[in-house]
Every structure is written in structure tokens, then in C-alpha cells.
Design a protein around this ligand. Structure first.
Ligand code: URA
Length: 235
């Protein structure tokens, strides 16, 4: 990995250009020697890197925010469609990286990719109830009664009981926001179907209290830094 990328991925207060300036000033060392170039390659698993004499502890796991486009599947297996792993830049691919939570092929938005099995397990556990926020466009206008129906906990497909969900109508009468605290198969679509409506566009905009970066284009990837990882499983 490049030295500047390594440092700025571990120290969220330092951008790559900050690192470049620090290297120029001779304040960065690799294995005890002054680094000559910010773009030098290091082995992030073994190198001892220090900035201003302060050693950087290597962060073991990778957490990526992907803005998933339509037509891409949340699986790691090869198939007819590209997977979320296929579309991320080469530099982020590593063994064990997988999507912690799925979106349908035609759903856009925030997918967390990580190799931190423990965090993924915590988030995917049926007991976790991490809130997931969706922007929804409907075929027919929403009805004021939806709010109560969602808050009461809806029953879908003849018996499957859903946890209470938070419904927020948007100004456009065909658009709304929905917050779920679980992740059943096609849940958002099935909930609106139970109300006699139909989802025509769906995008996940937030996981826990961490919103999808508005500047991230479809197909774009951002590394989630330490201070924000916690927000993935907080309310
Ligand atoms: N609910 C759905 O119906 N689809 C998704 O992709 C996510 C939630």
C-alpha cells in the first residue's frame, strides 16, 4: 500500500497532502528511517510507521461505504450479473471482504462492505435492530394512514409479522422515507404491497446513524474511518 494512503486511512485528521508535507519535513519514518517519498510502497502488515515520532497502529479491518447502482448484486459469487465486489476498485479488494446486509439487484444506495466478521455478525443478527433508512418512490400517492400502519407493526404475506417501522411522507406525494429495524427478504417492497401500493424506486440512504455520503456517485466507494464505524450500529 502507498505510504500516504496508509497514513491517511489510519489517521483521519491527516489528508494525503498533509502526509506529503510531513514527509517533506522529514517527520514520517518507516521502520525507523525517514521516509523519502509519500508515494513509497509499504507492507501495511509489517511496516512500523510513525508520524512525528508517534507510531501508527495498523487498523486491521476495512469498512467501505458503497453507493450501489442498479443491476449489481450483493453477493460474492460469480454469476451473470456483476457483484458489489466486482465493481469496487482493485486496491480495496481483499480476502474476506463481503457485503454486510443485502440490497436487491434493482435497489440503489448504501451497502457496507467489510472483512470485520464480528461487526457484520452484530449488524446482521436478528436481535440487532440497527435502523436502516430508505428513500422510496411509489407508483401511487402515499396515504396519511400509512404512518399508523407502519408504526403498529405490519403483517405481510399472510402472517409474517414486521417490527414497527417509521414512515415519513415527503412533499412529493409519491415519495417517502421508511426506517426499518430488521431486514426481511424484499421487505420494503412487500410492506407497500400489503398496503396496495408498489415501490418503483428504492434507495438505502442510511445505516445506523451514518448517512450515505451525498457526494458519493453511483458505484462510488468511500472508506469509513474509525470514528464513523461506531455510527453503523448506533441509533
Ligand atoms: N427492502 C426491499 O424490498 N429491497 C431492498 O433492497 C431492501 C429492503
Amino acid at each position: 500500500m502507498r505510504l500516504d494512503r496508509f497514513i491517511s486511512s489510519q489517521r483521519t485528521d491527516l489528508s494525503r497532502s498533509d502526509v506529503k508535507a510531513l514527509v517533506k519535513k522529514g517527520l514520517v519514518t518507516v521502520d525507523g528511517s525517514k521516509a523519502k517519498r509519500a508515494d513509497m510502497q509499504i507492507d501495511e502488515n509489517t511496516a512500523s510507521v510513525a508520524v512525528g515520532g508517534e507510531e501508527i497502529a495498523y487498523r486491521q479491518f476495512l469498512y467501505l461505504m458503497l453507493n450501489k447502482p442498479q443491476g449489481v448484486v450483493c453477493s460474492t459469487k460469480e454469476g451473470a450479473c456483476p457483484t458489489v465486489i466486482d465493481i469496487i476498485p482493485e486496491e480495496y479488494r481483499r480476502p474476506g471482504l463481503f457485503p454486510a446486509g443485502r440490497l436487491d439487484k434493482d435497489t440503489e444506495g448504501f451497502v457496507l462492505l467489510t472483512d470485520d466478521g464480528q461487526l457484520a455478525h452484530k449488524m446482521l443478527s436478528p436481535r440487532s435492530h440497527v435502523p436502516k433508512t430508505y428513500f422510496v418512490r411509489l407508483e401511487h400517492p402515499w396515504q396519511p394512514s400509512y404512518k399508523d400502519e407502519f408504526e403498529r407493526g405490519m403483517t405481510i404475506d399472510g402472517g409474517e409479522k414486521c417490527l414497527p417501522a417509521e414512515f415519513a411522507p415527503l412533499e412529493n406525494e409519491n415519495e417517502c422515507e421508511l426506517i426499518l429495524h430488521e431486514g426481511k427478504f424484499h421487505q420494503v417492497k412487500r410492506m407497500f404491497e400489503a398496503l396496495g401500493n408498489k415501490v418503483v424506486y428504492l434507495k438505502r440512504t442510511k445505516i445506523g446513524s451514518l448517512p450515505l455520503d451525498e457526494k458519493l456517485p453511483l458505484g462510488g466507494v468511500l472508506e469509513i474511518m474509525h470514528k464513523d464505524v461506531e455510527r453503523l450500529h448506533t441509533h
